[in-house]
Ligand binder design. Structure first.
Ligand SMILES: C[S@@+](CC[C@H](N)C(=O)[O-])C[C@H]1O[C@@H](n2cnc3c(N)ncnc32)[C@H](O)[C@@H]1O
Length: 480
């Protein structure tokens, strides 16, 4: 009889069944990420064990061996699905300005495009591509056959992707006008339903990327003009990443493009793909048909100060409301040095901050905002709460309040890298390029003092190297 073990508790690292369970899970999902995170894995596996009433790893492993449904439930439990619309503005600028126009021109005879968003989570990436495609093709769209497929190992997120109803947090990079253009009010207050003309373009299917390596992947996954596989490979072992990128490259048609997340490019991919520097980002391409269109010249650069602004800048007057966040996408060209960044988990938080975050993650921005304000009334000098106040103000399309809150956070902690970074993005999106670049330069300079793989406080797992990779293209030559 198995002995009941308290779950979660510390991971039973001495139990060979736990080790076997972990290695089966890593082999099946590719999530090498858990190799050195026994307690985190145990906490997540423990949730499933509790649901199924299984007391120990051996019993749970036996259950997995006989139940694909339990594997699917465990895969949903252990995957991390952070995503939002138009994530990485510079990549969407490259899609809009270079990659998709090039593909549309290259395929104009067949009028057919095949696009795969691999590891799509709840769908914002796939739907963002649908939006750009629809805008580019305009009235020509009905004449084209568009195969736009989002896949993910986690079946729960696919249900959300198909429904296409989101909280404001998933739309946090969109201004009010774009929100209005792409969404209508969702079924619950504070939710947004993607308009049917965009939603109808994508379909979603379960797929485990590891199947590309064991020969069980569908043969239909081929001949792609574009594959996006962003922020997925960071969880995999470098050898598996190399094999997967090779397999993805084989699924591209000649001239087809591959976009990876900011931390994922690697010079070793040059063995089978061509690296292409586009404004603010790197893309990969399978050699073949089609030319890279002319790129815009680098923008003028503003000087970057040597020091982080002091407290006197903290409550500066506020400026123009809306302007093109597009400017971010049009930033000067700078191909980042390839990065190899191990994944990291945000530190566990408790107290009011955890409530603020949980409410925002659940899409209830108003409640999160109220919780944040209440927490600030109790702890007005907590820079993290000021920072969340800024993020929430941005998500609620209040850039002036966001600026004030980020500056407040920096007044309290001038080494707060994420506050510099988001202040910079807020200012750039508001058309204040010079001030924005100064804040971004401060973020970059502070990040440079940290180990590349250090998870930044309040960065949701973003590492110092990833932040540098994201901020540097916005600074152009100054960030050398
Ligand atoms: C952090 S999200 C990235 C979402 C989106 N690509 C983006 O960049 O915003 C990573 C997604 O990869 C999925 N994923 C992880 N391992 C996978 C695998 N072996 N096969 C397919 N999808 C996987 C997760 O379920 C999760 O939804």
């Amino acid at each position: 009889m198995p002995t009941a073990r308290p779950i979660p508790g510390p991971a039973p690292t001495a139990d060979p069944a736990f080790a076997a369970l972990k290695s089966r899970l890593v082999a099946r999902t590719g999530h090498h990420y858990y190799a050195d995170k026994d307690d985190l894995l145990w906490e997540r596996v423990g949730r499933r064990m509790r649901v199924r009433g299984v007391p120990d790893p051996a019993g749970y492993l036996a259950l997995l061996e006989e139940s694909e449904a339990e594997w699917a439930a465990l895969e949903s439990e252990i995957t991390i699905g952070e995503t939002f619309f138009f994530r990485y503005a510079e990549q969407f600028a490259a899609l809009r300005g270079t990659i998709l126009p090039e593909r549309i021109a290259a395929r104009s005879n067949e009028r057919r495009l095949r696009i795969w968003s691999a590891g799509c989570s709840t769908g914002p990436e796939t739907h963002s591509v649908a939006i750009v495609l629809r805008e580019l093709l305009g009235e020509r769209l009905p004449d084209w056959r568009i195969g736009l497929t989002g896949t993910d190992i986690n079946r729960d997120v696919l249900a959300v992707a198909r429904r296409a109803v989101y909280g404001a947090w998933a739309l946090r990079t969109l201004g009010p006008e774009e929100r209005e253009r792409y969404f209508r009010p969702g079924p619950r207050e504070g939710t947004f339903a993607l308009r049917p003309e965009y939603r109808g373009l994508a379909r979603f299917e379960p797929q485990n990327l590891m199947s590309l390596l064991d020969g069980t992947a569908s043969l239909a996954l081929t001949d792609y003009d574009l594959i996006l596989c962003r922020n997925v490979l960071i969880y995999f072992h470098p050898d598996v990443v190399q094999a997967l990128v090779r397999a993805l490259a084989q699924r591209l048609r000649p001239g087809g493009w591959l976009l990876l997340g900011h931390a994922e490019p690697n010079p070793a991919f040059a063995e089978f793909l061509e690296a292409v520097a586009l404004p603010g980002t790197a893309a990969y391409r399978r050699p073949g048909e089609g030319a890279v269109p002319d790129l815009p010249p680098p923008a003028r650069l503003d000087p970057v100060p040597d020091t982080v602004p002091g407290p006197e800048a903290a409550w500066a007057p506020l400026l123009p409301p809306e302007s093109a966040a597009r400017e971010v996408g049009a930033a000067p060209i700078r191909l980042r040095a390839p990065l190899a960044v191990p994944p990291s988990v945000p530190p566990a938080e408790g107290g009011p901050l955890a409530v603020v975050r949980a409410l925002a993650d659940a899409g209830d921005l108003e409640a999160s905002w109220r919780a944040c304000r209440a927490a600030l009334a109790e702890a007005p000098t907590d820079p993290r709460l000021r920072y969340y106040e800024g993020l929430l103000a941005r998500a609620r399309a209040r850039p002036d309040e966001a600026e004030r809150a980020f500056r407040g956070a920096l007044y309290l902690d001038k080494g707060f890298v994420m506050a510099h970074y988001h202040l910079g993005l807020t200012l750039v999106a508001a058309g204040r390029a010079e001030a924005g670049r100064r804040a971004l330069a401060n973020a970059l300079r502070l990040a440079a003092t940290l180990p590349a793989d250090a998870a930044l406080p309040e960065g949701d797992g973003l590492t110092a190297a990833e932040l540098s990779g994201a901020a540097r293209p916005l600074l152009g030559d100054e960030a050398a």
